[in-house]
Design a protein around this ligand. Structure first.
Ligand code: C5P
Length: 223
């Protein structure tokens, strides 16, 4: 702490992917590794910030100098993020949060039906943490979302940015070779002010530093 353009700031980063339990041994999950979120955490520490990482199912070494809050499900992530966000200057939602969870949790392992046919799994909506942060935001807070899109990337990104009332949205074109689990990323960062920043393919640290550049430019100067 002390020096760097994020010195004296508290930033919250969510990382990894949530797991939504079906029964004691099964879950619905996704392929997010946490690499981008941890790169954001490391670069924020290097720039002087106090960093809280809300980590969903990340199998990576803790980023040095950051506080790591482990969570499992989207609801657990919501609780941890909202609590940490209370005094945060910036919140970056890099985690892949499940949009839906099983409607019911079974206390004992789900058995095959006698006729061997699968039972349908009913789903319910999870809370949208990023949208909630956008609703509750203090005027001096900077809120950043991530969006993985496959088509009409920019158009969908602009609509999502507005819908979730974020300041910045990092839009990834998800492909076969870039994104989940890879050390590289490429993205377009859209700003609520109409700005657009293209980040060519490179290390996830590079995208992370670009995000912090854009966040730092939007933080109110400290009096
Ligand atoms: O709507 P979509 O899932 O594409 O939005 C992605 C962004 O919203 C990410 O920043 C993700 O962390 C966040 N999100 C969330 N809560 C959800 C779903 C997504 O905070 N339930």
């Amino acid at each position: 702490h002390g020096t760097g353009d994020l010195a004296g700031r508290h930033v919250v980063v969510s990382a990894g992917g949530t797991r939504e339990a079906l029964d004691p041994v099964r879950f619905l999950g996704n392929r997010s590794s946490g690499l981008q979120g941890y790169a954001l955490a490391r670069t924020a520490v290097a720039r002087g910030a106090r960093v809280t990482v809300v980590a969903a199912n990340v199998a990576l070494p803790d980023p040095a100098g950051a506080r790591v809050v482990p969570v499992g499900s989207a609801e657990e992530m919501r609780g941890a993020v909202l609590e940490a966000a209370a005094d945060a200057d910036a919140v970056v939602m890099a985690a892949a949060v499940a949009d839906f969870r099983p409607a019911a949790y079974r206390d004992s392992k789900i058995k095959k039906t006698p006729d061997g046919e699968p039972e349908p799994i009913a789903l319910v909506k999870n809370p949208d943490i990023l949208a909630e942060l956008g609703e509750r935001r203090r005027p001096d807070q900077v809120i950043v979302g991530f969006a993985a899109e496959t088509d009409d990337v920019l158009e969908n990104g602009r609509a999502k940015l507005a819908r979730k009332r974020s300041d910045l949205l990092v839009v990834n074109q998800v492909g076969e070779t870039l994104g989940f689990g890879t050390p590289d990323n490429a993205a377009v960062v859209l700003g609520a002010d109409g700005s657009r920043t293209d980040v060519p393919r490179g290390a996830k640290e590079r995208l992370a530093d670009t995000v912090w550049d854009l966040v730092a430019a939007r933080l109110k100067p400290r009096g």
